[in-house]
Design a protein around this ligand. Structure first.
Ligand code: HXC
Length: 521
């Protein structure tokens, strides 16, 4: 009897194969990976998931070329897939192994990713993709492309059903970028990851522009300029930490009620810190984050898209353990104005929260839409409408608080009563009007000021502005009409938000049946 036919021999063979697969593309390539400041595919999994929770799938798959005896082969074909837990919650994942064919995607590699995505979808658990790949496997020709197609199709099928998270931990170029782009959140590691459709060499040939990989598609570029990445992190370890934090705020799938988030913060405490955050002078900026940090549990707020379109803030937090999404204008950046980038950023966030049943708290201080040819030529009309659409479409509990300005179209867009926000609140400092006092006076009182010059002109204008402010720069007109449900003091914010969230827990809102709406793209 040969060695492999004995029980002991069979066990040993399995252990030997397991050991072989652990080594990916071999020690020399692992060393190179480490020298580049990157972990291997398996080291990444170990650092991301709860210790000992990883169950691997398809460990012994090899590439088709290897099966036909035409090339080098690696057990697992350059990607490690499986299920595990993070904070005790089940997730599915794949982790591309750059040490095997540069993590490139051949048909067997793609099949493994598709299998784990199908598993995640059928079992309603989040899917996390760790990308570190040279793209389609050149030796496999169109089969690699077909593999990407299958993955993209699944990304779309999973969208809004299970959360999809992409970690970019190395190269991600060409058409390969479209899988992460179809997912909900992209994390990029500074200096070691990049994403672009066409690389620096092609750009140089076609447009004669010279640009480095990092300038073109590094973490900074996508987190600050393009908005492609929601999170830029300094290292892979920080990346895994942030992913675990993100998962602590989101449910495993749609139609799955979120579990409460543990907090030791008292629900019924006054927000004394923010009593005077909103300045008496309406022109003076202030930091909306002061209000957010004081209102939420334990001052913990996971900001999404932190470095992009900073005139609006979006992110996750909890109040009394109830997990929420927060959308807030930021008066300290561009006076909190809405523009193309901030509208898109907020709209995408609102749609994520709505898809996954996460209530949204909106904090409003918005002077309007940003004027200018750049904005108009760039399509502020269509991009601004995305936010209007997203809020109007949302059926999750919606609470809004106007802290100061809320003017014109932006008043309507930012979770107004008219687009079906459930509870509309305002601070006594709120100003709700068609436009700011000065602009309004210039239009409606032009005649009265005509012919006046010098001090007479200034005095008249100041008096008209004061009259306008007296009449419109307050929340009481809107309250008289029922557009504000209550005017609250800033220090009452936390307890009010909590109580309304509890009251809205069983909210059900029916929408007319349709295949899908037609949101501006
Ligand atoms: C097969 C590949 C590969 C690929 C890299 N390798 N990319 N093998 N197919 N696409 C292999 C290399 O042969 C090498 O094998 C190992 O991976 C590491 O590659 P290096 O070049 O030594 O590494 P590095 O210097 O770090 O450069 C990494 C790289 C470069 C920038 C990713 O390898 C590269 O430019 N690769 C080609 C990228 C590409 O053009 N891909 C196709 C894009 S089009 P050994 O045996 O030496 O370890 C695409 C279309 C998708 O992806 C369309 C979807 C719709």
């Amino acid at each position: 009897m040969s060695q492999t036919q004995t029980l002991e021999g069979k066990r040993e063979l399995l252990l030997k194969l397991r050991q072989e697969s652990e080594l990916g593309g071999g020690e020399a390539r692992i060393k190179k990976q480490h020298e580049q400041g990157k972990y291997t595919a398996r080291e990444r999994i170990e650092r991301l998931v709860d210790p000992g929770s990883f169950l691997e799938f398809d460990r012994f798959i090899i590439s088709k070329k290897a099966v036909m005896g035409k090339g080098e082969s690696f057990l697992g074909d350059g990607v490690v897939t499986g299920i595990a837990t993070i904070n005790g919650q089940k997730i599915a994942l794949y982790s591309q192994d750059f040490t095997c064919f540069g993590g490139s995607l051949g048909s067997a590699h793609a099949k493994k990713i598709c299998k784990i995505m199908d598993f995640a979808l059928e079992n309603r658990i989040p899917i996390i993709g760790m990308n570190d790949s040279g793209g389609a496997r050149i030796q496999e020709g169109v089969e690699g492309l077909a593999g990407y197609g299958e993955i993209f199709y699944r990304n779309v099928k999973c969208s809004g059903v299970i959360p999809q998270i992409s970690l970019i931990l190395g190269p991600c170029a060409g058409g390969a970028v479209y899988s992460p782009a179809l997912t909900d959140f992209i994390f990029m590691v500074d200096k070691t990851s990049y994403m672009f459709v066409t690389g620096p060499d092609v750009i140089k040939t076609v447009t004669h522009e010279e640009v480095t990989k990092d300038q073109l598609g590094g973490a900074g570029t996508h987190a600050e300029k393009s908005g492609v990445a929601q999170f830029k992190v300094g290292s892979e370890d920080e990346c895994f930490e942030r992913v675990r934090e993100l998962l602590s705020y989101i449910p495993p799938a749609n139609f799955t009620k979120a579990t409460p988030k543990y907090t030791s913060d008292t629900i019924y405490r006054d927000n004394v810190k923010i009593k005077e955050t909103v300045p008496a002078n309406p022109k003076k900026p202030y930091d909306m984050k002061e209000i957010i940090f004081d209102v939420v549990d334990d001052a913990q707020f996971l900001e999404v898209h932190k470095d992009y379109a900073k005139n609006i803030i979006v992110g996750f937090a909890s109040v009394g353990g109830i997990k929420i999404g927060i959308v807030a204008n930021q008066p300290s950046v561009l006076a909190g104005v809405l523009d193309i980038d901030s509208s898109e950023k907020a709209a995408r966030f609102v749609r994520f929260c709505d898809a996954f049943d996460i209530p949204i708290l909106t904090l409003v201080d918005v002077p309007g839409f940003l004027p200018g040819t750049n904005q108009e030529y760039g399509g502020i009309i269509k991009h601004g409408s995305k936010l209007l659409y997203a809020y109007s479409e949302a059926t999750v509990p919606l609470i809004s608080i106007i802290t100061r300005k809320s003017y014109g179209g932006a008043y309507l867009v930012m979770a107004s009563k008219h687009i079906r926000t459930d509870v509309n609140l305002a601070y006594p400092t709120a100003e709700i009007a068609v436009m700011g006092a000065e602009g309004a006076v210039n239009i409606i009182h032009r005649g009265e000021m005509e012919g006046l010059t010098g001090k007479a002109f200034d005095d008249k204008k100041a008096q008209l502005i004061a009259d306008y402010e007296e009449q419109f720069a307050n929340p009481y007109r809107a309250a008289e009409l029922g557009f504000m449900d209550a005017i609250i003091l800033p220090e009452e914010t936390r307890k009010r938000v909590y109580e309304y969230l509890v009251a809205l827990k069983n909210k059900k809102q029916e929408k007319p049946k349709r295949k899908h709406g037609n949101i501006q793209l």
